[in-house]
Structures are given as structure tokens and as C-alpha cells.
Design a protein around this ligand. Structure first.
Ligand SMILES: NC(=O)c1ccc[n+]([C@@H]2O[C@H](COP(=O)([O-])OP(=O)(O)OC[C@H]3O[C@@H](n4cnc5c(N)ncnc54)[C@H](OP(=O)(O)O)[C@@H]3O)[C@@H](O)[C@H]2O)c1
Length: 213
């Protein structure tokens, strides 16, 4: 698959590097040509401008801070994402109080790129986890929830999740992406506070009352 990455920071490095290792063609696009070229050289990708990366990808990973999303998505010719998949991993978490500056980033992305197929994924774990793929914990691959409205785009993202040794978990339509974003804010706050989110959810059987018949 051809993947354009908008941004050349930590998430671009971690996810882009894994996708290159899995055999995908990646172009890193950034506002700083030297920085993009440096990252691309390290991970075995090509590099270009933000516009070139958005034209390159069947899938475009949006890997910029939430506050830069509007500028990045609208700073080019209209329709440049037409029919393409935009993979949104952004979190608009306010540092310190761990609430959300924007309650529904993925929906905002869909409004800014209305002719794209937006899928939310990869926002629930830090870049260090993606960097260390295959992401296996206690013998089980990490489940990666994703939300999107278009089946073909969802399948592309599922392929990119499997490329990291993770299990894709269908979490519903794009309107539910705001729940993933809120979950990220909750988890980050808990981690910073020293809690282990791994222990928070009961297994499905217990949740449905079938563990103790
Ligand atoms: N890192 C994580 O653990 C993690 C986990 C889950 C989700 N996320 C989300 O993923 C996104 C990227 O995070 P990151 O950690 O990769 O961030 P990062 O390391 O700070 O990199 C951000 C990238 O965005 C670029 N950028 C910033 N403002 C821009 C603008 N106005 N126009 C164009 N490019 C701009 C930066 O360019 P310069 O280098 O030129 O400044 C940099 O290449 C964020 O939305 C974050 O919430 C991050």
C-alpha cells in the first residue's frame, strides 16, 4: 500500500517505520523538508512536502498536533483527499487536566476533508508502543480499535494494524471515534497518575454475566 504521512514527528517515525518494515511504500511529508528527509532516510521511506505526501498516499496518516490539523488539511488545493483514506491518530488532550480541547477530532477531520474516507485508529497507545511492534502483551497481540464509515477504508486500516502484529478491533462508525478520543484522555490521565489501565475492564464473559453461571 502507498502511505503518505503528514508530519515527521514521533508517530510518523513509529508507524511509518513499522509500515516500511512490513513492505509498504511510505512517503513522509512535513513543513520542514530537512526533518522529513532525515526521518525518511532513517526508516527507509521517501520524503516530500505536505502536499506531495497527501498526493502520494492511498492512505494518508494525519500525524500532526490537533491544533495544526485545520491548517494542514486546508492548506492545499480543494479535493486533494477525494476518495482517499485519511487515517486520524490525533488526540486533542489538554495537558495537565486530561480533558479534550476538541470533543470530536475525527469528525472535525471529516468536515475539513469532506470527500475523504476518515478512519480513527492508533490514538490509544503512545508512539513507544508502536515503535516496539510487534505489540504483544502477556502473550496476546494488542487490540487496536478503529472507527470509520467506509468499509474499504476500514479494511485498509485493518491491514495497517495487522502490519504491527496487532489485532484490528472494529469499534463502529466514525461518530464513535469521539469515544476513542475520550478513552485516550482518560487513559493518559490514569497513566500519569500511576494507574494501570490494563486492569480496568472485565473480560467479555464477565461483563455479560456468563463467568459465574
Ligand atoms: N506521540 C504519541 O505517543 C501519540 C500517541 C497517540 C496519538 N498521538 C497524536 O498523534 C499526533 C502526532 O503526534 P506526535 O507525537 O507525532 O507529534 P510530534 O512528535 O510533535 O510531531 C508533530 C509533527 O507535526 C508537525 N507540525 C506541527 N505543527 C504543524 C503545522 N502547523 N503545519 C505542519 N506541520 C506541523 C511537526 O513539524 P515540525 O517538526 O516542523 O515542528 C512534526 O513533524 C498528535 O495529534 C498526537 O496527539 C501521539
Amino acid at each position: 500500500m502507498r502511505i503518505g504521512i503528514l508530519g515527521s514527528g514521533l508517530m510518523a517515525d513509529a508507524l511509518g517505520g513499522q509500515w516500511v518494515r512490513a513492505g509498504h511504500e511510505v512517503m513522509v511529508g512535513g513543513r520542514d523538508r530537512l526533518k522529513s528527509a532525515d526521518l525518511a532516510g532513517r526508516i527507509g521511506a521517501s520524503s516530500g512536502s505536505l502536499l506531495e505526501a497527501s498526493a502520494f498516499g492511498e492512505v494518508t496518516l494525519l500525524a500532526v498536533p490537533a491544533e495544526a490539523v485545520s491548517e494542514v488539511l486546508t492548506g492545499g488545493p480543494p479535493g486533494r483527499f477525494a476518495g482517499r483514506t485519511v487515517l486520524d491518530c490525533t488526540n486533542a488532550v489538554i495537558p495537565g487536566d486530561f480533558t479534550l480541547a476538541v470533543p470530536a477530532m475525527a469528525e472535525q477531520v471529516a468536515q475539513l476533508a469532506p470527500d475523504a474516507h476518515v478512519v480513527k485508529a492508533f490514538n490509544l497507545a503512545p508512539d513507544t508502543v508502536w515503535q516496539d511492534a510487534p505489540c504483544t502483551f502477556e502473550g496476546e497481540p494488542l487490540g487496536v480499535p478503529f472507527c470509520g464509515d467506509d468499509e474499504a477504508a476500514n479494511e485498509q486500516v485493518a491491514v495497517l494494524i495487522r502490519a504491527l502484529g496487532c489485532t484490528p478491533v472494529k469499534a463502529g462508525a466514525l461518530v464513535r471515534a469521539r469515544l476513542l478520543e475520550a478513552t485516550a484522555a482518560l487513559a493518559i490521565g490514569l497513566w500519569v497518575d500511576g494507574a494501570d489501565t490494563r486492569s480496568l475492564f472485565p473480560p467479555k464473559a464477565a461483563a455479560f454475566g456468563t463467568v459465574h453461571p
